[in-house]
Design a binder for this molecule. Structure first.
Ligand code: ADP
Ligand code: MG
Length: 385
C-alpha cells in the first residue's frame, strides 16, 4: 500500500505543500532583497512550512546566500539563545566543518568561545561562552552575522521561529533594544521573524513605542482557500490510486474551517479509511477518529481553565455577541463584567479564542466540534453541504 499523501504534525515544504504561491513569491523576494519580514498567524496554519519552503528554494538557487532557521520554541534564556545563534551562524558560514572550529575564534574580539566537535564532526559542533562575559558583550554575538558576511563576501538570511518566546526572558526589554540596534545596521543580513502568539507578536512589532516597530514588512498569514484545498485533496487521492469527488473533497476544508493542520489530518484519516473511493461515510468515520484521537488534549484544555472561563467559552460556542449583556451574563453564569473582560483576555492569551470583526471564535475548529458535543450535545455528524 502506498503511503498517505497527507501529512500533519511536521512541517510540509516539498511534498504535501499546496498553494501559497503569492506568499511564497513575496517572502522569497523580500528575503532576497534585504527586507526584514515578520510573519504572524495562529499556530498550525503554516508559517514554519512556508519559511522552510522558501528557504529550500533559496538554498537551491542562490549560492552566495547562506540561510539559517532557528526554532526558539525550546530556547529558555538569553545566553542559550546567543550561543545557539552564534553556533548556527558559524555553521552556515562554511560548508567545511574544519573551518568551524579553526575559524570560529577569529570572529570575536572580546568574547572567547569554547569550540569543540560533536560526535559527528561533519554535522555538529558545540560552542559555549562564559555567561557573564556573554551578557556583557552580547552585541558581539548579535553583530556576528554581519562580521562573517563581510569577511566571506556572502549574504545571510536568518529565520527565527516562535520569536515571541524571547520576550519571556528576564531583561528582555534591554535585550530587545540591543537586538534592534545591532540588526538594523546590518547590510548583508536579512531577518525573518515569525511566531504564533498573535498578541505578543503584534505587541513586539506593531507598537510604536517598542524598538522593533517598523523593523520590516509584516505578513499576516491567511488560511489556504477552499478551491486550493479541493484540488490538492482530489489530486493527492488520484496520484495515490484512490478517488474522491469534488463534492466530498469540499467537505473536508468546510468541516475544518480551512485550518491547515486539521484539513491534512482529516484528509489523511479519510484516505486511510477509503479502500478505493471516499464517500461521506468515510469522511464521517474519519471525523470521528480525528475527534477521538484529540479528545485527551481537549479534555486537558478544559481542565486547565476556571469555571467562569469555561462558561465564557460556552457563550462563545453558542455565538453570543454581547457577553456583558445582563441576560447573557446570567444565562451562562459569567460573573461580573470585570470577570468577563479578564476571562476574555485569558482565553485569548491561551489561544483558545480570537476576535474577527468584533466576533469571538474558537481558534481550533475540531476542539469546537468536540466542545459543542460535550457541553451542548450537538452531534458533529455531517450529512451534505
Ligand atoms: N502550504 C501548505 N499546504 C498543505 N498543508 C500545509 C501547508 N502549510 C501547513 N500545512 C499543514 O499544517 C500543519 C502545520 O503547519 P506549520 O507550518 O507547522 O504551521 P505553523 O508554523 O504556523 O504552526 C502542517 O503539518 C501541515 O499538515
Ligand atoms: Mg511553526
Amino acid at each position: 500500500m502506498k503511503d498517505s499523501p497527507f501529512i500533519y504534525g511536521t512541517t510540509v515544504s516539498e511534498h504535501s505543500f499546496t498553494n501559497r504561491e503569492t506568499e511564497t513569491a513575496k517572502l522569497r523576494s523580500n528575503l532576497l532583497n534585504g527586507i526584514n519580514t515578520m510573519i504572524i498567524s495562529p499556530r498550525r496554519w503554516g508559517k514554519s512550512s512556508l519559511v522552510e519552503k522558501v528557504i529550500a528554494e533559496i538554498n537551491k538557487k542562490e549560492k552566495k546566500t547562506k540561510t539559517i532557521i532557528i526554532d526558539l520554541f525550546s530556547v529558555s534564556s538569553e545566553e542559550e539563545f546567543l550561543e545557539t545563534f552564534a553556533r548556527e551562524i558559524i555553521k552556515a558560514s562554511s560548508s567545511r566543518w574544519q573551518e568551524w572550529v579553526s575559524g570560529g575564534k577569529d570572529f570575536f574580539k572580546k568574547l572567547i568561545p569554547k569550540l569543540s566537535m560533536g560526535i559527528d564532526p561533519g554535522a555538529d559542533f558545540t560552542l559555549s561562552f562564559d555567561w557573564k562575559e556573554l551578557k556583557k558583550h552580547n552585541d558581539e554575538v548579535l553583530n556576528l552575522p554581519e562580521v562573517i558576511s563581510q569577511k566571506k563576501g556572502i549574504k545571510l538570511i536568518i529565520c527565527l521561529d516562535e520569536f515571541q518566546n524571547l520576550s519571556s526572558f528576564p531583561n528582555y526589554v534591554d535585550f530587545e533594544k540591543k537586538m534592534r540596534a545591532c540588526w538594523q545596521r546590518q547590510k548583508s543580513v536579512t531577518y525573518c521573524l515569525y511566531g504564533s502568539k498573535r498578541h505578543m507578536m503584534s505587541d513586539i512589532f506593531n507598537n510604536p513605542s517598542k524598538p522593533f516597530y517598523r523593523f520590516g514588512d509584516i505578513m499576516l498569514l491567511q488560511k489556504i482557500e477552499t478551491s486550493k484545498w479541493v484540488s490538492f485533496i482530489c489530486g493527492s487521492f488520484k496520484n495515490s490510486g484512490k478517488q474522491i469527488d469534488e463534492k466530498e473533497a469540499k467537505m473536508i476544508p468546510a468541516i475544518m474551517k480551512n485550518h491547515s493542520w486539521y484539513v491534512q489530518q482529516l484528509a489523511h484519516y479519510t484516505w486511510n479509511l477509503s479502500s478505493k473511493k471516499a464517500t461521506i461515510k468515510e469522511i464521517n468515520a474519519a471525523l470521528d477518529e480525528l475527534i477521538q484521537a484529540n479528545t485527551p488534549l481537549y479534555q486537558k484544555e478544559v481542565e486547565t481553565i476556571s469555571v467562569t472561563q469555561l462558561n465564557l467559552l460556552k457563550a462563545v460556542a453558542m455565538g453570543e455577541g454581547q457577553f456583558t449583556a445582563t441576560a447573557t451574563m446570567q444565562r451562562y453564569n459569567l460573573g461580573t463584567p470585570r470577570n468577563v473582560s479578564k476571562n476574555k483576555n485569558i482565553l485569548i492569551n491561551k489561544d483558545l479564542i480570537h476576535e474577527i470583526n468584533g466576533i469571538y471564535e474558537f481558534l481550533d475548529p475540531a476542539f469546537e466540534l468536540w466542545f459543542k458535543k460535550q457541553f451542548f450535545n450537538q452531534p458533529y455528524m455531517i450529512t451534505a453541504i
